[in-house]
Design a protein around this ligand. Structure first.
Ligand code: FNR
Length: 416
């Protein structure tokens, strides 16, 4: 009998670099340009929301079980009816060419290899179709490396992939993006509602970073037939004026003009028609009333998230928001409460699951891996996180993800 072995200390596996989140930041900072580092690391305002995200985890302590037979434990679970290796997914993050010349491709590939969901941002720097191919190639690599699909000691299930939508104020363009995503095998759509425009981030603003990242890579948009039409209408030839074309794409993603619940329902209905009824989630929910509205309107789920603290400074820690939302809506059928913002290790994943998240997404951890060492760096960080979770389950007497609930935690009252 062999379990998934994402990490084996005694197997001659040599760590590529230290996976402590503080060390990852240090290494990534040393590799990135100052503009790149500022874009990735900056938070809204004084970083109070970022701090609140971390602080929220400290309030909850895991109380481990002892002498439980965990020899056949498994991190596997499922999301929207698809099996996955662990309740951990790649959060959507745009413009990956800031971090590595291959952009989104290595990340999508590694997620496919490991059997965890990949999310592609509308602000991606590679075409949707290429990212889908890379994700498939990762799955295929695991299948063929193992003969019987056994590369990590057990069969890795094929991971689903999600398309994150920043909805442009151009319906034809939105429909084109959703159609491409569906044709490329994306199994769910995630509408991000907390970022019509980027938050007030001092480092970015001080360095005029808007100009920097608009010039980095916008191939997801530039490869879109409707967007190509828009460029032609403006007399912009992307071959001659790539910066101008890239800027026009970024401006149609972060346009600054708010949308409504009605429009979110419109997008969901379009996605349902295009995809034949695939799930549609709202990302950026922090309030119980908004979460309730999403459930009442029939969305298949939410991502409780504050965008890693990059949007509204002085906001509630995302884990605190999750706790309140899950208390109210945890029992709603066909409504997936998922979570991100501030996760830095397996203990954080377990705490979020215990407080009612069905699934946890990670952002900055994988950007640092990508920045440090491209594909190998992302693989190292993600395998490390999966290894960390497997070991935590072994040491805390946990056999399955489903058994993780609030009885695992001792929680201090809120200090505020
Ligand atoms: C993001 N995030 C994000 N979200 C989204 O829906 N579309 C996007 O394009 C981006 N881009 C992006 C860039 C950078 C540099 C960061 C740090 C974050 C938010 C992301 O999906 C996720 O919500 C957070 O990153 C989760 O928090 P942690 O894990 O980074 O703490």
């Amino acid at each position: 009998y062999q379990r998934e072995n994402f990490w084996k200390f005694n197997d001659g596996q040599v760590p590529l670099f230290n996976t402590h989140p503080d060390k990852l930041e240090e290494l990534a900072k040393a590799r990135l340009t100052q503009n790149g580092w500022y874009y990735a690391s900056s938070n809204a305002g004084l970083s109070y929301t970022h701090l609140a995200n971390r602080e929220a985890f400290f309030r909850h302590k895991i109380v481990p079980h002892q002498l439980v037979d965990t020899n056949e434990r498994s991190m596997r679970t499922e999301i929207f009816g698809q099996k996955v290796s662990a309740p951990i997914g790649i959060a959507p993050i745009g413009i990956n060419k800031i971090y590595h010349p291959q952009g989104e491709l290595p990340v999508a590939k590694v997620a496919g290899e490991l059997g965890i969901p990949y999310s592609l941002s509308t602000a991606g720097s590679c075409p949707i179709e290429d990212v889908a191919c890379a994700n498939d190639a990762g799955r295929e690599a695991t299948r063929s490396a193992s003969g019987n699909g056994d590369a990590h000691g057990a069969k890795i299930p094929p991971g689903p992939r999600f398309f994150q939508l920043y909805m442009p104020h151009d319906d034809e363009l939105t429909i084109s993006l959703l159609t491409r995503a569906h044709k490329s095998g994306f199994t769910a759509c995630i509408l991000t509602t907390d970022t019509w425009q980027l938050g007030w981030r001092h480092d970015d603003i001080a360095t005029s970073n808007y100009a920097f990242y608009r010039g980095i890579g916008a191939d997801l948009g530039l490869s879109d037939p409707v967007f190509q039409k828009r460029l032609a209408e403006q007399g912009i030839d992307p071959a001659k004026e790539p910066e101008k074309a890239g800027a026009m794409w970024i401006d149609s993603v972060w346009h600054g003009r708010a949308w409504s619940w009605e429009k979110a329902v419109w997008a969901r209905e379009k996605w349902r028609q295009i995809s034949g009824g695939a799930p549609f989630l709202i990302k950026g929910i922090q309030r119980v009333d908004d979460a309730t509205k999403a459930a009442d309107l029939g969305f298949e789920g939410i991502v409780v998230s504050n965008h890693a603290g990059r949007q509204v400074d002085g906001a509630i820690g995302s884990l605190d928001a999750l706790e309140a939302i899950a208390k109210k809506l945890g029992d709603r059928p066909n409504f997936a409460i998922t979570f991100d913002s501030g996760v830095r290790g397996a203990a954080d994943v377990v705490k979020a699951l215990a407080l009612g998240a069905k699934f946890v997404f990670i952002g900055r951890l994988w950007i640092w891996g990508l920045s440090i060492m491209g594909e190998a760096g992302v693989r190292h960080v993600l395998k490390g996180l999966l290894g960390d979770l497997d070991i935590l389950m072994n040491c805390a007497g946990l056999n399955t993800i489903e058994e993780i609930d609030e009885t695992l935690l001792e929680s201090l009252p809120k200090a505020y």
